[in-house]
Design a protein around this ligand. Structure first.
Ligand SMILES: [Zn+2]
Length: 112
């Protein structure tokens, strides 16, 4: 059976912020995320977290609610790659080349 947001919320009653140890508010926030949790009523997995009054976003896995699967290693590399492309803006040709090292070498600042 798929868990609804209310079911998750019930699991989290009385949980404390991992940073400041305050009892967390009963309000789960969420957004689409491939490696998040399956939630009833959503067509894609959701990243679930509770924002503490201290400002820290407590992801549910930090509060002891496991996901069905952890992201595979390849995803971490993909994330590393996308952060590289953010740091080094690329030409269309370089963007078509999925090798971050090459992107870096090919990068030339555009003339102003
Ligand atoms: Zn806190």
């Amino acid at each position: 059976m798929t868990m609804s947001l209310n079911d998750y919320q019930r699991l989290l009653r009385g949980k404390r912020c991992v940073i400041c140890n305050r009892i967390l508010p009963q309000k789960i926030e969420f957004y689409d995320h491939e490696y998040g949790w399956t939630v009833e009523g959503f067509s894609v997995k959701q990243w679930l977290y509770i924002t503490c009054p201290c400002g820290y976003q407590n992801a549910l896995w930090k509060l002891g609610v496991p996901r069905e699967s952890n992201p595979p290693q390849a995803v971490n590399r993909l994330e590393a790659f996308s952060s590289v492309t953010k740091i080094f803006p690329t030409t269309p040709e370089a963007a078509a080349n999925p090798d971050p090292i090459r992107l870096e070498k090919n990068f030339k600042p555009s003339p102003i």
